[in-house]
Design a protein around this ligand. Sequence first.
Ligand code: FAD
Ligand code: GLY
Length: 378
Amino acid sequence: MTDKEICIIGGGVIGLGIGWQLAKMGVSVTIFERNIVGCGASWAAAGMLAPLAEAHTEEAALLELGCKSLALYPKWVDELEADADMSIGYRVEGTLIVGLDEDDTQQLHHLFDAQQNLGLDVNWLTGRRAREIEPVLSSRVTAAIHCATDYQVDNRLMLMALQRAFQRCGGVLYENTSVEKIVIYNGIAIGAQTKNGIHESDVFVLSAGCWSAQIGGIPDAMCPPVRPVKGQMLALQMEGGISIKTVIRTVRAKYPTSVYLVPREDNRLIVGATSEEMGFDTRLTAGGMFELLRGTWEIVPGIYELPILETWAGLRPGSRDNAPILGKTPIQNLIYATGHYRNGILLTPITAYEIANLIVTGETSHTIELFQLNRFLK
Ligand code: FAD
Ligand code: GLY
């Protein structure tokens, strides 16, 4: 335990997760959220816990971090559901990655080889075998990879649970309170400037998602290199015999957008996502919606009649190397927990446990050592 006062900037899954873990240990924690909790990427996400499906051979350290975080999920879910007294929709039906033509099958083979070289638990399926798992798949699906251990959680329920657990454990939350600046004196962070004045604390955690580089006071060279990467999404109502249990992703060699379908317990089917470098623009576009619907219809033709329930866009906090920025900075008492890009929901447990541990012990663990800001400062 520590008697330090902790100030967290940003009320997404990352800030709330760290805050909850600290508050649970009896640490005094305040979170400042500029808007309302969960108005950022954490609300917009699909909730896939997919280190295998999104694996890239050149990102081995990130893959390892993702697998470690996935392994923490059962404990995380038990703990969070108990503290918040609600379900967070954790589902373990696995993920299918499907292709539709020769080019897609080639691309799937490359991915499968890479996954096998990394020793991942994946299986190659024929189109027929994939349809035995998900009968609604198109007869055009030629092949699939089954990632049995890639799961999902309902990220909106997780946000709600984190807020509830944080506050029940004694954490203090100020919504509609933007941190305009971190006050730094002689290389030490000493305060967070808000509309209500300067909030003094012993440690500051910057977890403001894709807005992390916009907070004033931090010298340019030490700002987290984080940018917004737009993702458009929509939700369909599964009905009339269209029922899906696993997460389904496509590999489409000839099209700009591959889609993923994430079925929720309440029969919503989340469809995502575009990936666009459009700054902070969150407008939906005809092209974005068209690509998502076209991509979905190709693998599940039965979606044609399904009602559209919702459309939205969110901003992923993308870092320069796609990996999160975690841990100490050259500014004493300022800790970063940002840049989780496409995997922030997956990486929430490991980030929360590791950053809480860093704050309480002062020690940077081997797990997060590689992900510190200093990798960009060399
Ligand atoms: P956010 O949730 O963006 O929270 C940051 C918070 O900081 C916001 O609430 C914001 O208002 C607040 N803030 C900003 N500036 C200030 C300030 N000055 N003062 C106070 N507060 C401030 N990840 C997965 O693992 N699986 C997925 O399936 C997945 N799908 C995704 C799909 C889409 C379309 C998108 C956009 C993202 C997806 N992600 C997914 C990524 C994941 O959502 C993010 O990595 C994660 O939510 C980042 O969490 P965060 O708490 O850092 O950021
Ligand atoms: N991880 C899914 C996305 O970022 O769209």
